[in-house]
Design a protein around this ligand. Structure first.
Ligand code: GLN
Length: 452
């Protein structure tokens, strides 16, 4: 059914870069045999998933939506996808994204933009963006092309597309899911996580994806709790913080209203609502757009035409580097590499990069301070519902502003989830964000399940 849905809708949505229908149908038949055989199935036996095309998949082309890796077929499986396969999942294909996960609208893909399956009420013409960078995963799940999908989140790339497409998505604590075999963007921020139609589905997927991996030195060796049991757990006495600094000037009334509604639902569920302050939030976006490009410029240095993917032959080694990188990288990736090399260069390192790292620490401390008095925080996921394709395209700063609510939790490494919380005045989904303490995804899932 999912393969048929992909055949019907992917031409329009462009949610998948690569569809692995024959392998998926084979795997589905094997799953059928297991289920018919009466043996206990694995937790995900037969569950059709989309895999963001940033996770290396053994023998299946992995592009990062870049011309640079257009024909790259990894000889190994990422830890996260290997964990999902171990638990019986069936992969239907590799989902579209912004090139190297840099973007907020999935318009920066070498394989074309992704279309959001949602439409504004009474307007079937305007094509809306699915958010980004995990826009293909979000669109695929929202349109029923997969039951769930993997995403990665560096500054909001799971949560913001989930919000724009009316699904749930969780960025776990940094260190919860292994980064091994996931193509790197900004290594101190990148985290894998699940995207699905319900909070409980996310919990089930995260259970398989998470866990210590000695091949990732930042993976943390602590037990993975029973996430499914956390969904729907009683919230009596839970303290929910509402950060004053997230009430940014110019926030649309419908976002404010959704937030108020979320607060009311949590209060009804027995939570105590507390005003808290995260004073360094206002520097989150500026700091992120120094740290993330700096790390990206270093990580993307490996695409030199020698070791991976594309190679444009040239007379000298320098020319080979130049020609390969000129052909291989799109405009946004180049912009990030330029910003990153600039803030890391001699004379600017102290003024920009080092300073940003210090502010990042202050942002982290803000969260630690808040979590001394509250169990979770509730905020909007994004400052608007999905916008039209073509909007904000000529102005990178406008595009970066989409990340204003998601970036702080990334900088602090704490878990954060977007959960559907009603519709905008134009009939589009709006998401709320639940942020939790490090390694307390359970409280995040519990609070989110009271909202959905
Ligand atoms: N939109 C943000 C960026 O462009 C976040 C991307 C992400 O989380 N991968 O950097």
């Amino acid at each position: 059914a999912h393969v048929a849905a992909i055949e019907k809708l992917n031409g329009r949505l462009n949610a998948f870069i690569t569809v692995t229908a024959p392998q998926a149908l084979d795997a589905a038949r094997r799953a059928d045999a297991i289920l018919a055989g009466g043996d206990a199935p694995a937790p995900l036996t037969g569950i059709p998933l989309g895999i963001k095309d940033l996770f290396c998949t053994d023998g299946v082309r992995t592009t990062a939506a870049s011309r640079m890796l257009e024909d790259f077929v990894p000889p190994y499986e990422s830890t996260v996808t290997a964990n999902l396969l171990r638990d019986g999942a069936v992969f239907v294909g590799k989902t579209n994204l912004d090139e190297f996960a840099m973007g907020s609208a999935n318009i920066n893909s070498a394989f074309g933009a992704v279309e959001n399956p949602w439409k504004r009420a009474g307007d079937t013409d305007t094509v809306l963006v699915p958010g980004g960078s995990s826009g293909g995963s979000a669109a695929a799940v929202a349109a029923g092309l997969a039951m769930g999908a993997t995403g990665t989140d560096t500054g909001g790339s799971i949560r913001q597309p989930a919000s724009y497409c009316g699904i749930a998505g969780i960025k776990p604590t940094y260190g919860r899911c292994s980064r091994w075999g996931t193509i790197a963007f900004a290594s101190s921020l990148d985290q894998a996580g699940p995207m699905a139609r319900t909070v409980e589905d996310c919990a089930i997927l995260l259970q398989s994806m998470a866990g210590f991996d000695p091949r990732d030195s930042t993976s943390v060796d602590i037990a993975v709790p029973d996430y499914r049991a956390a969904c729907g757990r009683s919230l009596k006495g839970m303290k929910v913080g509402i950060p004053a600094e997230y009430r940014v000037a110019g926030m649309p009334a419908e976002i404010e209203a959704a937030w108020e509604q979320g607060i009311a639902w949590l209060r009804d569920a027995g939570c105590e609502i507390v005003e808290v302050s995260l004073p360094y939030t206002k520097y989150g976006l500026a700091t992120y757009y120094i740290v993330a490009p700096a790390e990206c410029s270093s990580n993307l240095a490996r695409y030199d035409g020698v070791r991976f993917g594309r190679r444009v032959p040239a007379a000298s080694l320098d020319e080979l580097y130049e020609a390969t990188r000129r052909e291989g990288f799109g405009a946004e990736v180049r912009r990030r590499i330029l910003m990153g090399t600039y803030v890391l260069s001699a004379g600017y390192y102290d003024a920009y990069y080092l300073r940003a790292q210090k502010v990042r620490n202050l942002i982290r401390r803000d969260f630690e301070q808040a979590f001394r008095t509250v169990d979770v925080l509730l905020t909007p996921t994004a400052p608007s519902p999905a916008f039209a394709q073509g909007e904000k395209m000529d102005d990178p700063v406008q595009m970066y502003l989409n990340d204003v609510f998601t970036v702080p939790a990334s900088m602090a490494g704490v878990p954060a989830m977007s959960v559907p919380a009603g519709l905008s005045t134009t009939g589009l989904p709006l998401g709320l964000q639940v942020i939790g303490r490090s390694f307390d995804e359970e409280s995040v899932l519990a609070a989110a399940s009271a909202i959905e």
